[in-house]
Design a protein around this ligand. Structure first.
Ligand SMILES: Cc1ncc(COP(=O)(O)O)c(C=O)c1O
Length: 465
């Protein structure tokens, strides 16, 4: 047992928590040795609206909405009340073996109403990774039941992020995610991404979009369409660096999938629930998926819940014929998470949050970030709705990669944190995905902090000659 926490001394409290954490807690995606040398983890103790507060009482604008998920902001009593009421009524029951709960059934119907027409069957899981694992099994089961078990390959893309389980990490197209032996699993392939800044060369963004789509088709021909179950893509690649597809790209990908009769899976884990200014990124880009993955914003991150959503094509094979889908999670359709998700969807509708992102705060956010393009370190601003990347560079016109990777974005990110703004460094871009309820004033403040940090880092580079 440790002695009582020193409640009135924030620094002592922080030190105690850091010590405890360092001793016992292994964190995701963290270099523990580095964290130890820095004195331990930062400690976030509470949050309100679009802001976090740390254990020293510092206020931070949460430019990342947690991990791209706290869409309706922190401290929403509607979500807390829904959780408490459901906990009292029925804190847990499962949805296995021909059983349901009122709230799981109602949430599935709510999702069928808000998703694009035709996507009206829902399989619940807890995380984006689990839902994408489910999608692999759904797609392969679909083909196997049609007598085509050889159709098992899944085509993903470079720079994709689809999660961290073994299958989802395999779908992920970031090399660092394949550093653990055994990943990627067999039958996963990565086609080019429409990432103009890094890979477009002399092509225009539109030409590069067509080039990336052609690369997908070449890969399909190389693997053999008769061996492929599905293609998976995020409407906008998020964790890979907010890679916004150029006009025409998704139309071409849709045509290619249709031409080869390949199921199209849209991973909407980040882009769903208003992030791009429509309910789903598929609507923003005219994608008509066979399966959609949702998570994060479904409950605004208040509780873990995710889903695979599909339509008649899969349902006719997997639900309307004898036989069962041998797959599920203890917490599939968890009643408390489902109650929070229902309350979250109702809140989104009541506050017309999607319209706010599309018509007001999204354009404001992108315009403010675009004002940074005059800065010597800012090469490109990519964004849609309330997600964006500020690409940093020392070569605004030639787009040469920053060497060493991260040497611009990491110090800017660290300084932003110290000055009250949470952003994330992906290679040398800073990514943003704030709560959809963020105010114009908070955006002004965030962009002001960012500009100050860019100036400071540019100044320090100048000092070093
Ligand atoms: C597009 C996408 N898919 C899947 C995931 C994985 O979700 P989770 O971390 O809930 O497993 C993420 C997480 O960031 C994501 O961005």
């Amino acid at each position: 047992m440790t002695s009582p926490l020193p409640a009135n001394d924030p620094s002592a409290l922080t030190a105690r928590l850091q010590e405890t954490d360092l001793r016992h807690h292994m964190h995701p995606f963290t270099d523990h040795q580095e964290m130890t040398l820095e004195g331990g983890p930062r400690v976030i103790t509470r949050a309100e609206g679009a802001c976090l507060f740390d254990s020293e009482g510092n206020r931070l604008i949460d430019g990342m909405g947690g991990l791209w998920c706290v869409n309706m902001g922190y401290g929403r009593s509607e979500l807390l009340d829904a959780a408490a009421a459901q906990m009292r009524e029925l804190p847990y029951y499962n949805t296995f073996f021909k059983t349901t709960t009122p709230v799981a059934a109602e949430l599935a119907a709510d999702l069928a109403r808000v998703t694009p027409a035709g996507l009206d069957r829902v399989f619940f899981a807890n995380s984006g990774s689990e839902a994408n694992d489910t999608n692999i099994r759904l797609a392969r089961s679909y083909w196997a039941r049609l007598g085509r078990p050889e159709r098992r390959a899944i085509i993903s893309r470079k720079f994709a992020y689809h999660g961290s389980t073994i299958a989802a990490a395999s779908l992920t197209g970031l090399e660092s995610m394949h550093d653990i032996p055994g990943v990627p699993i067999p039958d996963i392939h990565h086609a080019p991404a429409p990432f103009w800044w890094a890979e477009g060369g002399a092509r225009s963004p539109e030409e590069h979009g067509r080039h990336a789509a052609q690369g997908l088709e070449e890969m399909i021909r190389a693997v053999g369409p008769e061996n492929i179950a599905a293609f998976i893509g995020e409407p906008v690649q998020g964790a890979g660096g907010v890679i916004v597809p150029p006009p025409g790209y998704w139309e071409e990908v849709q045509r290619i999938c249709a031409r080869h009769d390949i199921l199209l899976i849209a991973d909407e884990v980040i882009t769903g629930f208003g992030r791009t200014g429509n309910w789903f990124g598929c609507e923003t880009y005219g994608i008509r998926p066979d399966i959609m993955t949702v998570a994060k914003g479904l409950s605004s991150g208040y509780l873990p819940i995710s889903a695979s959503i599909f339509g008649d094509r899969l349902a006719e094979v997997l639900m309307e014929r004898p036989g069962r889908f041998p797959h599920g999670y203890t917490y599939s359709g968890h009643p408390v998470a489902a109650a929070v998700a229902r309350a979250n969807l109702a809140l989104m509708q009541r506050e017309r949050i999607v319209e706010r992102v599309r018509d007001e705060i999204g354009p404001y956010f992108l315009e403010k970030l675009r004002s940074l393009l005059d800065h010597p370190l800012v090469g490109e601003l990519r964004g849609v709705g309330l997600m964006a990347a500020v690409e940093l560079t020392r070569d605004k016109t030639g787009r040469a990669p920053v060497e060493p990777v991260g040497s611009l974005a990491t110090p800017v990110r660290n300084l932003c944190f110290a000055r009250g703004l949470v952003t994330r460094a992906v290679r040398d871009c800073l990514v943003f995905s704030p709560p959809l309820i963020i105010s114009e004033g908070e955006i002004d403040e965030a962009v002001g902090i960012l500009r100050g940090c860019l100036d400071a880092v540019a100044g320090s580079l100048g000092d070093r000659g």
